[in-house]
Design a binder for this molecule. Structure first.
Ligand code: AMP
Length: 244
């Protein structure tokens, strides 16, 4: 997709160049981020994307984008997302496969929200084997269910950038707007207690078994997701920068 650089200020362009330049010295990596909704994996994936220029593949974000298209198919997709039900493996795998093959993902990627079932994990292994790509690790953000509701229901998002805020722990500088662009923040439709419960049940039944799947493959790293954002970030960098 062509980008119109006239739309950005010189300051924004210089900042972006500085970010990319500093990420050149950072290691490549191919990771899966695993954890229940609200465990902080999306926030940390966004941090890692910025610091290391690894592409952030959030299947939830990609599906929400697809659900906004004005078609009958997207109406059905929107209903599944609003209910917190899982979308079919075929649809999700297709989205991931396309994204992994793009030039943005050459230095590596973070899969956030995928795989979510054993079947997806096996399909991913096949795709990666075909492409001759191996995973560097699976980072599991471990956190108890009782801590999730206040995190998820106070979450606010800036959809164009994926930046997330939390009204309790990381509020925006000005209420209701993104710190960088001043554009409005939204609350995701599925970030409410009822849908969260369904999403958590789907996570426990279908996604949690992946913890032992990847542990047996020797790929699993566990982070205590109940720690502060800064502590979790530092634990994540310890793993991806291979600091011991
Ligand atoms: P998330 O933003 O990761 O919490 O995902 C939001 C919603 O997107 C989920 O509740 C599911 O409905 C759907 N979704 C995201 N990733 C997947 C996946 N790997 N498989 C099936 N459904 C998914």
């Amino acid at each position: 997709m062509a980008v119109n650089i006239e739309a950005y200020s010189t300051f924004e362009l210089l900042n972006e160049l500085r970010r990319r330049y500093s990420s050149l010295s950072k290691p490549e990596g191919r990771y899966i981020f695993l954890g229940p909704p609200g465990s902080g994996k999306g926030t940390q994936a966004a941090n890692l994307h910025l610091s290391h220029s690894l592409c952030h593949i959030s299947t939830g974000d990609l599906l929400r984008e697809a659900a906004n298209a004005p078609t009958e198919e997207s109406k059905k997709l929107r209903a599944r997302l609003e209910a917190g039900d899982l979308v079919s493996d075929e649809v999700v795998l297709d989205i991931v496969q396309r994204k992994i093959g793009t030039s943005q993902c050459k230095k590596g990627f973070i899969l956030d929200g995928f795989p979510r079932t054993l079947k997806q994990a096996e399909a991913l292994s096949d795709v990666l084997t075909t492409k001759n790509i191996s995973l560097d690790g699976v980072i599991y953000f471990d956190i108890a269910e009782k801590e999730l509701e206040s995190r998820v229901c106070s979450r606010r998002v800036h959809p164009p950038s994926g930046r997330t805020y939390n009204l309790l722990t990381k509020p925006p500088k000005v209420a209701g707007v993104d710190d960088i662009t001043g554009e409005p923040l939204i609350q995701r439709e599925d970030d409410n207690p009822t849908t969260l419960h369904n999403r958590y049940v789907a996570y426990s039944d279908k996604t949690a078994p992946l913890i032992s799947f990847y542990s047996k493959l020797g790929l699993l790293h566990t982070i205590d997701g109940s720690k502060s954002l800064e502590e979790v970030k530092s634990d994540m960098y310890h793993i991806v920068n291979k600091e011991g």
